[in-house]
Design a binder for this molecule. Structure first.
Ligand SMILES: Cc1cc2nc3c(=O)[nH]c(=O)nc-3n(C[C@H](O)[C@H](O)[C@H](O)COP(=O)(O)O)c2cc1C
Length: 202
């Protein structure tokens, strides 16, 4: 089959693309509203784009009715967030935190998670998550106005937290066998990172 995005509905384009661009890592993001409510939501339109300076990008798209998600509103207001890794043991809570709740309600309470103050940004980080990236927004690039329109949040990582238990023995970073991230595929499919192989760089 072939699909011309210019001739198809946004939902149809979305359904094919999220099945093709896989697996997608999940940013599990805390932000703070103008009223001081801690918002928590997952975003799989997410990746790392460099380390000097360390830049990550994720996209809270517009809702089906064209309105802005709470995360985007909070970022436009405060320009700070914390991005946590989505791990296998927390997958159910990651999913639950995607529930649409009113801005005055916190998904942190909904999921029964707890937070602790961050070091360099105002939104707190999740205690239960083995990694947390404190981020400051550098730029937000918006495209289109309708449903599923992208808003690229380009953010700089200003503080990295990693639990000792997920580090590689002997140093050198994070042990994927210990962190056990999960990722997003098309539809309601997710995947684990348990089937690993190593390839030395040529
Ligand atoms: C694993 C997963 C990944 C998701 N990825 C995205 C994404 O990349 N962009 C997006 O706009 N919504 C994504 N969603 C849906 C949002 O999490 C959902 O709309 C949420 O209610 C937004 O919360 P907020 O309004 O508090 O910001 C995802 C949901 C799940 C479960």
């Amino acid at each position: 089959m072939q699909l011309d995005p210019a001739q198809a509905s946004p939902l149809e384009v979305y359904q094919y693309l999220v099945g093709i661009v896989t697996p997608r890592p999940i940013a599990w993001v805390t932000t703070l509203s103008a009223q001081g409510v801690v918002n928590l939501a997952p975003f799989s339109f997410f990746n790392l784009f460099g380390a000097n300076p360390p830049i990550v990008v994720f996209s809270p798209t517009l809702r089906r009715d064209g309105s802005k998600k709470d995360t985007l509103r909070n970022l436009e207001h405060l320009g700070e967030c914390v991005i946590h890794a989505a791990t296998a043991s927390l997958a159910e809570k990651v999913n639950l935190s995607s529930k649409e709740v009113p801005p005055e309600e916190s998904e942190v309470a909904l999921t029964g998670l707890t937070t602790v103050a961050s070091v360099k940004v105002r939104p707190p980080r999740l205690v239960e998550s083995p990694t947390a990236l404190e981020c400051v927004v550098r730029q937000i690039l918006s495209f289109g106005r309708g449903p599923i329109a992208p808003n690229l949040v380009i953010a700089e990582v200003v503080m990295i937290h990693v639990a000792e238990g997920v580090l590689l023995e002997g140093g050198g970073g994070v042990d994927p066998r210990r962190l056990q991230t999960v990722a997003r595929l098309g539809g309601n499919f997710w995947c684990r990172t348990t089937d690993l192989f190593e390839l030395p760089r040529p």
